[in-house]
Ligand binder design. Structure first.
Ligand SMILES: Cc1cc2nc3c(=O)[nH]c(=O)nc-3n(C[C@H](O)[C@H](O)[C@H](O)COP(=O)(O)O)c2cc1C
Length: 216
């Protein structure tokens, strides 16, 4: 089978929000959301904090599943660690039964990384994982994959339509939001998202608004 991650809507260089499912040492199944970077036609990259169960499952087993869904409840329940068993298939492997598509992955490289200026309070240690996609299963013809870039762009567009008619406090809030939206879009967005936020930034600057660099 010729693997091509564009079949599930991934564009090289962009980051998507997906649900990683993995098997634990005791045979139980785990699910949690993680950013998935489209690295090449058949490879994905992840930065996963070592403290997560997913990190240790991947470290131990060297294989895992990337599930594609835009189901808000699956994202929510798996984030808080309360995704019921019924959300998994009967398979031996951990796979979500309600996902639009899933990608079976095998670890190619797993390296420890330390991000000095990470605002997230942990010891800063994570694994940078490069994985080969060995199989793609589509449950729906057009899988709906989540990219935060588009949502942030839409927020920026809505705020743009209001910025001239709100008070100064709200103007300032919109500009701060714009800086953050722009930062995230530059990091995770598709080419189209990145070009769009640039267009919007130029229009805002032409109107005389100052877009500051976002400092977390
Ligand atoms: C949309 C979304 C994306 C996330 N992406 C990442 C990520 O790329 N790396 C990471 O270490 N944690 C990420 N997280 C946080 C993990 O999902 C969270 O730490 C989770 O509790 C880990 O669960 P586990 O211990 O069952 O593996 C993300 C959370 C959400 C909601």
């Amino acid at each position: 089978m010729d693997i091509d991650i564009s079949l599930v809507g991934m564009e090289k260089g962009s980051q998507y929000e997906t649900i990683i499912t993995s098997l634990c040492d005791d045979g139980s199944k785990n699910a949690a959301p993680f950013g998935t970077i489209a690295y090449s036609k058949d490879e994905l990259m992840f930065r996963i904090f070592k403290t997560s169960l997913t990190a240790s499952n991947i470290y131990n087993r060297r294989k895992f599943i990337v599930n594609i869904t835009n189901n808000a409840k699956i994202f929510t329940l798996s984030t808080i660690g309360k995704l019921p068993k019924e959300y998994f298939t009967d398979d031996k492997e951990a796979i979500l039964n309600n996902c639009d598509a899933y990608l079976k992955c095998e670890v190619e490289t797993l390296k420890e990384a330390y991000k000095k200026h990470d605002p997230v309070k942990s010891d800063g240690k994570s694994y940078i994982i490069k994985a080969k996609v060995i199989e793609i299963v589509k449950n729906k013809p057009c899988p709906q994959i989540v990219n935060r870039g588009l949502y942030m762009l839409i927020e920026s567009l809505v705020n743009y339509t209001r910025i001239d008619i709100v008070d100064d406090k709200l103007k300032e809030y919109y500009l701060d939001r714009f800086s953050e939206d722009q930062r995230v879009i530059k990091k995770v967005g598709t080419k189209n998202d990145k070009e769009s936020i640039e267009i919007l930034k130029n229009v805002l600057e032409d109107k005389g608004y100052e877009i500051k660099k976002f400092e977390p």
